[in-house]
Design a protein. Sequence first.
Length: 429
Amino acid sequence: MSEPFDAVDVIRMKRDGGTVPEPALRWLVDAYTRGYVVDAQMSAFTMAVLLNGMSREEIRVMTDAMIASGERMSFAGLGKRTADKHSTGGVGDKITLPLAPLVAVYGVAVPQLSGRGLGHTGGTLDKLESIPGWRAALSNDEMFAQLRGDVGAVICAAGTGLAPADKKLYALRDVTGTVEAIPLIASSIMSKKIAEGTESLVLDVKFGSGAFMKDEARARELAETMVALGADSGVNTTALLTDMSTPLGRTVGNANEVRESVEVLAGGGPADVVELTVALAREMLAMSGVDADPAEALADGRAMDQWRRMIRAQDGDPDAPLPTPRESHVVTAERDGVLSALDAFDVGVAAWRLGAGRARPTDDVVHAAGIDLHAKPGDAVRSGQPLFTLHADDAGRFDRALEALNGAYAIGDTRPVVAPIVRDRITAR
């Protein structure tokens, strides 16, 4: 059977700054997914997108075509409203762990399909797999049963059936220098989230040294593009623009981030983690028509009860001891003063080198590896006071981690201005 379009013609249209008609764009995604359009041709197209951009309508069509390449889930039969959150990734970002059970307290189902870490950013599934017995892989039937019952929240791995075109295209972008193209980032994220079938979606779009988008203006553009995609696809979508210049909380790793998340669920924990968790929960609840203050469920223990049910439902033991490191190394302050800077990217790289992250998707993570932060920007410190504790199972990893931390922080004489985490709220236009 002959093909209705020619890949070279589609490439030329975008190369020359034109708009690709909807039938041709849908064909391109489908033909690439089934192997008719080859990697070299799709590489040329993605580079043309990087250089020339896409219109809102083109991005909508491409996203819809990627959704159509696989299955589309529906939670219509749950008898509950559904809300989800997606973060563009950062250092110390354990927000999903306390957020999912917190929102579920109020009867809103949270189908949180999560991923694993790569490079300096951590993965939600890697963190949760620190819990003995906890299982990331669930069948659709198991996921629906967990959402329908008294648990109401699930954090698990996405199945291979959701937007397979995205998986193939993402791998190509990763090796062709086109990862940064905002239309392709937006369609990648939103194709999976829309295919997942949630009614409402809150996006946590980060900027700063530890984020995928370093520049606030580009992060804002990405947020606006994804919110528009959600609106065009019938998903109630908002975005919070958040600062990832400094690590979130006081732990970076896997098991230590779980411990910190449990502290938040117990009504304590670092102020920045609590602030962002509550801000995102408020968005998810408001979009689901629930008028409530989620901070109350952290304070009175309901969120903790929901967490324990969620962990047990996936065969985890919420009371089991978490992994502990074989080796530790303490970095101390060299003088009195105020911690004036702490670079999220450098801390993330240091934790990665300790074994908390992976360089390739097939690598294993060391769940006990990571960094505990004893001071954050604005804190007064004394000479000899611990600033960070590095954790690893192999003491030979400390030298390279310390190299990453060299220059990652500064001690000054005046307290820096600490900017708010949430910089803006972006809604559909």
